[in-house]
Design a protein around this ligand. Structure first.
Ligand code: 13P
Ligand code: SF4
Length: 332
């Protein structure tokens, strides 16, 4: 039977009130799903807040690595995802590609013990575990600068995976030298060696888009996520994680125009007026958008029937080391 969105919404509210569940939603979720979440936030906030939540089930509306991070941090929790959609960037690296990156540094005269790996949270548990086992840690877009600043204190070369843009942007902000594996350069000369991964959604923003808005609305501000290319971040007035963008934009005077370079769903609900999407193409994250109200309803219904679907499992060894990598981040 096909339900309308209004019917689905009512059924979801009813199931939520009966079951020991916490529905979690990232800022990029569709509006109708986002509105029904008990906990919302950026990837760092979601990892921290769900860790301390005491419902039996976490129903995570987001992308695979996010639900997996909750399971890694709290293995006793039952984590289910209405859609186990995989972030395109996270998919660009696995354990083998990670090992090859380490080998590349070794072949270029940097021994393993002189490498400090940092993985962006947008990576799977296998990569986080390898990073943890090598003494490294996780970062998110909201704490990357802090994590890298701290890591530099160890006097090692930083191997940053998988997002080259985040690695390069932080290096530029801090006046450090960076390079991207496969794009030339000597790792011995660089402070941060980045893996060549990227987010296809944040690649949609261009310098032409910035020029278009600056010409059309003189005085407009440009605010972007650090997954955008360094050429974009260099020209922006503000660069920040999803939560940092929301705070920055909500604090602007009402008549201040701003063009925002991040996912469409979030930009669309930011502010009723004077807020523009920094692209002529709708920057929707296909995987974040996979989760529908119907998926959320079916997931809750399956829990009610005692037969949960899409439950996240992580093997013991991966869980142990990935947790260490995540906890090193949380400790900072
Ligand atoms: P945040 O850490 O800002 O939530 O970003 C996650 C993400 O996937 C951005 O594309
Ligand atoms: Fe992954 Fe990009 Fe989607 Fe964020 S916007 S979840 S990095 S594909």
């Amino acid at each position: 039977m096909q339900y309308t969105n209004e019917e689905l919404k009512n059924k979801i509210i009813e199931l939520k009130s009966k079951l020991s569940v916490t529905v979690v939603g990232h800022f990029y979720q569709r509006d109708e799903v986002f509105d029904l979440a008990d906990i919302t936030g950026d990837s760092l906030e979601l990892a921290m807040r769900t860790k301390d939540d005491d419902a039996e089930f976490v129903v995570f509306c987001g992308v695979g690595f996010m639900g997996q991070s909750v399971k890694v941090l709290s293995p006793h929790k039952r984590v289910v995802m209405p859609k186990v959609a995989c972030c395109a960037m996270a998919k660009m690296i696995d354990g083998l590609y990670y090992d090859e990156s380490v080998k590349f540094l070794e072949q270029n005269g940097i021994p393993k013990e002189n490498i400090l790996p940092i993985t962006y949270i947008n990576s799977n548990a296998e990569v986080k575990a390898k990073v943890g086992e090598m003494g490294g840690l996780v970062c998110t877009s909201s704490n990357a600068k802090k994590i890298i600043t701290n890591a530099l204190g160890e006097g090692k070369k930083i191997l940053f995976v998988p997002d080259r843009c985040l690695g390069q942007n932080i290096a530029n902000q801090m006046g450090l030298k960076s390079m991207v594996i496969g794009q030339g350069g000597d790792p011995k000369e660089a402070d941060i060696i980045c893996y060549d991964g990227f987010c296809s959604v944040h690649q949609l923003f261009s310098v032409d888009d910035i020029e278009f808005y600056r010409n059309k609305y003189p005085g407009i501000l440009i605010a972007v996520h650090p997954e955008c290319d360094p050429a974009i971040c260099d020209k922006a007035d503000f660069v920040g994680s999803t939560s940092q963008l929301i705070k920055y934009i909500k604090e602007l005077p009402e008549d201040q125009k701003v063009a925002v370079g991040t996912e469409f769903n979030m930009v669309n609900r930011l502010r009723p007026k004077n807020t523009y999407v920094l692209s002529s193409t709708k920057p929707e994250c296909p995987t974040m958008n996979e989760t529908t109200l119907e998926d959320l309803y079916l997931t809750l219904k399956a829990i009610e029937e005692g037969n949960p679907i899409n439950e996240i499992q992580v093997d013991e060894k991966t869980q142990k080391w990935a947790k260490i990598a995540l906890e090193r981040m949380l400790a900072l």
